[in-house]
Design a protein around this ligand. Sequence first.
Ligand code: NAP
Length: 142
Amino acid sequence: MLTPLSRLLDSALDRSVVLGYTSIGSGVRRRLPHWPDDPAPGSMEGRRVVVTGATSGIGEAMARSFLDLGATVHLLGRNPDKVADYARQLRTEVPNADVVEEVCDIADLDAVRAWCADLSDRVPAIHGLVHNAGVMPPERTE
Ligand SMILES: NC(=O)c1ccc[n+]([C@@H]2O[C@H](COP(=O)([O-])OP(=O)(O)OC[C@H]3O[C@@H](n4cnc5c(N)ncnc54)[C@H](OP(=O)(O)O)[C@@H]3O)[C@@H](O)[C@H]2O)c1
C-alpha cells in the first residue's frame, strides 16, 4: 500500500508526463516506501508468456524482462526477419533463454485465428499475454 504522501507524489509525477515517464519517474518511485521490489530473478521459471509486437520498443523490452525472470517467451511479430534477428540476439545475450519465434500480422484477423489455433496445438497453456503490437499514427483513419 502506498502512503497518502507517496500516492500524491506518484500522481504528480504522472500528471507532469515528462517526470513520470522518464528515468526520473522510475528513479523517484524506487525510493517511495512500499513501492514493490522488482521480482526476483527466476521467479517466472515454468511460465510461458506471449508478447506481441516484440520486435521493437516496449514489446522488445518486456520480452527481455520476462526472459531475465526465467519465463519461456513467445516473440510475436509480423516481420519474420525481425523476429529471427531479435530471437538470435536474445539467445546470445540471455543465458538459457527459451525463446519461441512467432509470426503473425495481427491486423489480419484470419491470420490471428489461424495462429491461435496453431499455438493451442503446440503448447499446453500460456500464463501471460502482453498484447502490445500496434502503432500510434499522428492522425486517426478508418
Ligand atoms: N511509446 C509510447 O509512448 C506509447 C504510448 C501509448 C501507447 N503505446 C502503445 O504501446 C505499443 C508499443 O509501442 P512502442 O512505442 O513500443 O511501438 P513500436 O516501437 O512501434 O513497436 C510496435 C511493435 O508492434 C509491431 N506491430 C505493429 N503492427 C503490427 C501488426 N499488424 N502485427 C504484428 N505486429 C505489429 C511492430 O512490428 P514492426 O517492427 O514489424 O513494425 C513493433 O514490433 C503500441 O501499441 C503503442 O500504440 C505506446
